[in-house]
Write a new protein. Structure first.
Length: 390
């Protein structure tokens, strides 16, 4: 008998047949250890790059400060707490911008910016490997013309810019979330100037990790072009180990977002204690400037080991390291075997990456000890040979 849900059953069955089916897994943190499905594992799937989400200084600060679970309303309805304003000032300074505006998540920040500043007169130029939040933002934008340029191919981007006679917006990630490689931001800023384009940078995966040690303002600061990026979009839930997203830009952009961004206007404000956590985390990093330097030593060692073994890791030079496998079933099985050995590395498949581009996404963090990483390399070596990947 036909059911009104037949199409949903069919879609799920197709996902199973193509090795694209997903399930949620229960995780726990006990005694600073990570448990997945009740099994203690080495966690290489976290974006908590600097290990701040479990930092005792930050945790104790917010425990003592919680007076309200949630403001339960948007900022334009119920007002703004002083710690939200304080954090926005800190973030504006951190990104060398006039102002900053906090969103509940980085995803909403991306949607908020592109849907607000774009118009029918704009063409948006987006890198082919940009995050899904940017893709969705382009789809929801006012622009009738979205141009996708080949990943990090600035010659292709310039050809597209040359043939466009509209207003222009260029959008890119800083560190790409699934490949770990870095946008050529020095050249992107030059193209943006040459073609009078608004340049938007989603720097979620390099913020607080890359940059000049002590400020760590992300990829734009690493290239020395922080003042040439028009709009910085980032996350508080990765390098900073907290929660939320933000946009740092000019007073003009902040003003239009407050007045027009539906993702800001029609959602509850971020709780004050989460802002206090982020304020404390920024302060902690500024007092402990060697954290990032030590982290990059670890990153380089791990990348060197994978290259020596012969894994295809693309051109990453960051804490995000893909082991590119291709076949979805092999990637899934590889991940399951690693789990049996006490290692959690997620298999990334379509639609997060293209079909036939499945991979293991390794996400290094400062909490991983040298013995952990040596064990992981040893297991990857054995399984890589078993699956004929190396």
């Amino acid at each position: 008998m036909a059911s009104k849900y037949d199409h949903i059953y069919d879609q799920l069955q197709e996902y199973r047949e193509k090795n694209l089916y997903r399930e949620l897994s229960i995780t726990q943190i006990k005694d600073n250890s990570f448990y997945l499905r009740k099994k203690k594992v080495i966690n290489l799937g976290s974006n908590d790059y600097l290990g701040l989400s479990q930092n005792t200084t930050i945790l104790s600060k917010i425990r003592d400060s919680i007076k309200q679970v949630s403001p339960c309303s948007s900022r334009l309805i119920s007002g703004t707490s002083i710690n939200v304003i304080k954090l926005e000032r800190i973030l504006a300074n951190h990104r060398s911008s006039e102002n900053a505006l906090i969103y509940p998540t980085g995803y909403m920040a991306n949607l908020g910016v592109l849907t607000t500043i774009s118009s029918k007169e704009h063409t948006i130029f987006s890198d082919s490997l940009n995050h899904s939040s940017i893709i969705d933002a382009c789809r929801l934008s006012k622009s009738n013309n979205i141009k996708i340029f080949q990943h990090n191919d600035l010659d292709h981007l310039e050809k597209l810019l040359k043939h466009s006679h509209t207003k222009k917006i260029i959008v890119t990630e800083g560190v790409f979330s699934m490949d770990g490689d870095i946008a050529r931001l020095d050249m992107l800023t030059e193209l943006a100037k040459k073609y009078d384009s608004i340049l938007i940078l989603d720097d979620a995966h390099s913020d607080f990790v890359f940059g000049n040690f002590g400020n760590n303002g992300g990829i734009s600061e690493s290239f020395g072009v922080e003042n040439d990026v028009d709009i910085h979009i980032s996350s508080l839930s990765k390098g900073l180990g907290c929660f939320g997203g933000y946009v740092a830009s000019s007073n003009l952009i902040t003003e239009i977002l407050i007045n027009k961004s539906r993702q800001f206007i029609y959602t509850s404000a971020i709780p004050e204690y989460l802002c206090l956590a982020a304020i404390t985390a920024v302060s902690f990093l500024r007092k402990n400037k060697n954290i990032q330097q030590k982290f990059f030593v670890k990153i380089k060692w791990f990348i060197d080991q994978l290259n020596q073994l012969g894994f295809n890791i693309g051109t990453t030079s960051s804490q995000i390291i893909p082991i590119i496998i291709g076949d979805e079933k092999v990637a899934s099985n590889f991940s399951k075997e690693l789990f049996k050995k006490g290692i959690f590395i997620q298999a990334i498949r379509f639609p997060t990456v293209a079909l036939g581009k499945a991979r293991l996404r390794i996400s290094l963090n400062t909490s991983l000890q040298e013995t952990h990483l040596e064990y992981v390399i040893n297991c990857l070596d054995k399984l890589g040979k078993k699956y004929n990947i190396i």
